[in-house]
Write a protein that binds this ligand. Structure first.
Ligand SMILES: Cc1ncc(COP(=O)(O)O)c(C=O)c1O
Length: 414
């Protein structure tokens, strides 16, 4: 058998060997940190909170989003926490969240003494939509957290209509979609307040971790600032801390790195879109066993491809999804068959919630044992697998990727 044609999983030559690492941290980030160290050594002082780097980063990030206010914080999880805290939600009220997301987009609801209620996704999608949200709204609902999953914008114009109808504030969790847009408008600018994780694997990162909270509303911004730093009296006339929170400040080193990364953010998105465009015009749609919902978005919706979501059609294949994904991985593709890590309803902490605070508190008037079926999400998680996208995939890399897809598809298509 020709080693190029034989599947790598059976001992053939991998079609996509040697794909490059992302290489998104470069000399620009190093220079920014070096300059900061030079200053620390020259002055003999370490930078403190709310320094020049953070101030500049927040201004630049808000400008990137089209105007408004940003505050740097130290993790995506904490950015969601701060955003929710700034909404002053009534304790024991219910906060809706899209059921496919990271725990970091959900646990902050509990840490704000509220009850997280999972909302099912739209059929075939990882994102939630207006219908699914409306179905879970009760008189106890106090807010909605919308995550834009895998780089795909959730339908914010339609979702905001529902939120406005019920007078509910919306937190946009943009951890996976820093540069996704709807009709040219960035995600994160539709809702009341937005959270952007900048940990290492995200489109832009602040080093190991970091994040920003964004809002267009100045009063909300000052509230965010207070909630991000122990209630210090930012934006209010007081001589002492005015409310209770923790210290979630971003530090100067991470702000300096984030500033360098922000300059690259348009490329991080455009490079991924270009790679997907290349795949689309070189055979992606001819694969027998797969379809790609993110490449078929509503007009005006722009995906920034954190991951490429590949829908596997078992009826068209002679193998299982797992076998197909393992064969692709053996060819050298960065694929993952399972995203249950991003499905909190199946996690132990959520399954065991009824016996925990705040669900078991007498003040909670909902049913702590209620089940919230998410059948669309479970079907999507079962049928889909993910391929890590990178902005630096060249045409040659894309050609290798396509050859790997074609080889595996040809081997398993009915
Ligand atoms: C949708 C979403 N929300 C929140 C988070 C939490 O961010 P962090 O890891 O920076 O705390 C993540 C991280 O993967 C995420 O994907």
């Amino acid at each position: 058998m020709d080693k190029m044609k034989e599947l790598a999983i059976n001992g053939g030559t991998p079609a996509a060997a040697g794909l490059p690492p992302r290489g998104h941290m470069g000399k620009e980030e190093k220079a920014a940190v070096d300059a900061l160290f030079d200053e620390m050594i020259a002055t003999g002082n370490a930078p403190t909170y709310h320094g020049k780097q953070e101030e500049a980063f927040c201004k630049e990030f808000a400008e990137y989003l089209g105007g408004g206010y940003a505050d740097g914080v130290n993790s995506g999880t904490n950015s969601v926490f701060v955003a929710l805290r700034a909404l002053d939600l009534p304790p024991f009220s219910e906060v809706l969240f899209g059921c496919i997301t990271d725990n970091g987009g959900v646990m902050p609801i509990v840490m704000n003494n509220c009850i997280p209620i999972p909302v099912d996704t739209m059929p075939g999608s990882f994102n939630i939509g207006p219908e699914q949200i409306e179905a879970r709204i009760t008189e106890r609902t106090s807010a909605i957290v919308i995550a834009h999953i895998m780089g795909e914008p959730a339908d914010m114009p339609a979702i905001m209509k529902v939120a406005e109808k019920y007078h509910l504030p919306v937190v946009e969790d943009c951890a996976q979609s820093h540069a996704a847009k709807i009709n040219g408008q960035n995600v994160g600018t539709f809702g009341t307040v937005a959270a952007f994780s900048m940990m290492s694997g995200k489109h832009m990162c602040a080093g190991g971790q970091g994040a920003a909270v964004f809002t267009k509303d100045e009063a909300m911004y000052w509230k965010v600032r207070r909630c991000a730093d122990r209630g210090k009296p930012f934006g209010v006339k007081a001589s002492s801390s005015v409310e209770i929170s923790l210290n979630f400040n971003m530090d100067e080193i991470h702000a300096a790195i984030a500033r360098a990364q922000l300059k690259k953010l348009p490329y991080f998105s455009a490079g991924r879109q270009k790679a997907v465009e290349w795949l689309k015009t070189h055979g992606l749609y001819d694969l027998k066993c797969l379809t790609f919902q993110q490449t078929e978005l509503k007009p005006g919706f722009e995906c920034c491809y954190w991951r490429l979501v590949c829908q596997f059609h078992a009826d068209k294949a002679t193998c299982s999804k797992d076998e197909y994904v393992k064969a692709l991985a053996a060819e050298g593709l960065p694929v993952a068959g399972d995203y249950h890590a991003g499905y909190p309803p199946c996690h132990q902490w959520f399954v065991n919630r009824a016996e925990q605070f705040p669900w078991n508190a007498p003040q909670y008037k909902g049913d702590r044992f209620a089940a919230y079926p998410c059948t669309n999400a479970e079907a999507a998680l079962d049928a889909n697998f993910l391929m890590m996208m990178q902005e630096n995939f060249s045409d040659d890399d894309c050609a290798k990727i396509m050859r790997a897809f074609q080889k595996v598809d040809a081997a398993f298509a009915k």
